[in-house]
Design a protein around this ligand. Structure first.
Ligand SMILES: [Zn+2]
Length: 444
């Protein structure tokens, strides 16, 4: 009897100990990282007190928790403790030695851009919002310096830019300036098109100014200054494109349609298939929640007879390139990518790192971001984490108004209560759909 009771007790504790908490992140007991913070999240029994390295951690009613620990160089021990369980995680922090690469100057050399869509940047860094334009393959450029993996591009006396070394081929050909051929302008009901031709492909920049969009072509091989400026006034809701055929540039600024029946909306459910996206505190996969919201948004828009195109309707892999290609082929006016957020290498604040943020990259998409931000927060009752800029491939095109919605945080305990509830999924979808409709109705 007594022995049986002890056996029962030890089995009881053994079971509790095993089930006391489930850690989603980190995946392993030992992690080697260069991050400044260890981000730990998962599911615990919400009735139990949980501590991580002695600090008590808040658990949501569904058990979700998230916490971060500042790491020091070398070995770090993270102890997660509840009443019945304790687990040790080890982090080994390495600090990469960053050496400042010196800039190099050299005599001007000719080069060719290797492929279409090559970013021309304002700084020699492959990140952020420093893209000035996307050059076409075969564009003739002049480089006169380098820094790290970038060449400095000479555009004119007062203008320089940076391009990745891997994206260009240097040549020792002689310099011969392009010949200006002609210029033209056409006005249509919903668009203005300007064109400019040269005897070869030249670099360009594009600037979205307060009242107009300014397109500049540079003739860098000319000994004297030579910049060609074209500018088109912009409507309230607009999109623009640059095309290059041989040396002929076509620069088009169009008004987004005013009639709801003429609008095409692309709804893009983020990730899919083997691309799971962020994993939530309870182990949910972002791709599934994105798709649920996206399907509901499409259903709501269809009720208003809006032409909706979805980049995926099932759990499948779709490349970022295909998502953009589908949108361009279908002549999208509005593009909305649906995601849920997760935190990066920052200290987790469960009261702050949560809720909705709508991201945009180009200025022509800012108004759509603002309207969606307001409507999602209003309908879904999420924390307002404000609109943000972000360089995501799917929202970089200027061919339509494009935003990426981070509806809530996968890794926030409070938000995990929301996104695991189908009623909330419907409310979030309603906010997105209402936002799109409100944006369409803004007078142009
Ligand atoms: Zn995502």
């Amino acid at each position: 009897m007594r022995r049986g009771f002890i056996l029962f007790l030890s089995l009881f504790f053994l079971t509790i100990q095993v089930n006391a908490f489930e850690i989603v992140m980190p995946a392993d007991k030992k992690t080697v990282t260069s991050n400044d913070y260890a981000f730990i999240y998962g599911k615990a029994n919400s009735a139990e007190t949980m501590t991580i390295n002695g600090k008590s951690v808040h658990t949501a009613p569904n058990g979700a928790f998230a916490h971060s620990v500042k790491l020091i160089d070398g070995e770090n021990r993270v102890i997660i403790r509840t009443v019945y369980g304790m687990t040790l995680y080890k982090y080994f922090k390495t600090t990469p030695t960053e050496q400042e690469v010196p800039a190099e100057e050299f005599e001007p050399v000719k080069a060719y851009v290797n492929h279409d869509g090559t970013p021309l940047r304002s700084t020699p860094v492959d990140a952020g919002l420093n893209r000035i334009s996307h050059l076409f393959g075969g564009t003739h450029i002049v480089v006169n310096g380098s820094k790290g993996s970038f060449y400095r591009v000479y555009l004119s006396k007062d203008n320089e830019a940076w391009i990745a070394k891997k994206d260009v081929t240097l040549t020792d050909e002689d310099f011969y300036p392009a010949e200006f051929l002609n210029m033209d302008s056409e006005r249509f009901k919903n668009a203005i098109i300007q064109s400019i031709s040269f005897s070869k492909k030249l670099p360009y920049t594009i600037e979205d100014c307060e009242k107009e969009i300014v397109f500049r072509v540079y003739n860098p091989e000319l000994s004297e200054e030579s910049v060609y400026n074209l500018s088109i006034p912009k409507p309230v809701k607009y999109a623009y494109t640059i095309e290059l055929d041989e040396g002929n540039y076509t620069f088009k600024v169009r008004k987004l349609p005013e009639n709801i029946k003429d609008i095409t909306v692309v709804i893009d459910a983020g990730h899919g298939g083997s691309e799971k996206g962020a994993i939530g505190c309870l182990g949910d996969e972002e791709k599934d929640i994105n798709l649920k919201i996206a399907l509901k948004v499409a259903e709501l828009l269809n009720k208003h007879n809006i032409n909706v195109v979805m980049t995926r309707e099932v759990d499948a892999n779709v490349s970022l390139e295909d998502r953009v290609n589908i949108s361009k082929e279908k002549c999208a006016d509005i593009f909305v990518s649906i995601h849920l957020n997760s935190i990066g290498d920052i200290p987790m604040d469960i009261h702050k790192n949560r809720g909705t943020s709508v991201y945009y990259f180009n200025k022509n998409s800012k108004m759509l971001a603002e309207v969606l931000q307001r409507e999602i927060v209003r309908h879904a009752g999420t924390h307002d984490s404000d609109i943000q800029t972000g360089s995501f491939a799917v929202i970089r095109p200027t061919d339509y108004a494009a935003v990426l919605v981070e509806t809530a945080y996968m890794t926030n305990p409070f938000d995990s209560v929301l996104y695991t509830n189908d009623k909330w999924i419907n409310k979030a979808a309603k906010g997105i759909a209402e936002g799109i409709i409100k944006y369409i109705k803004i007078k142009n």
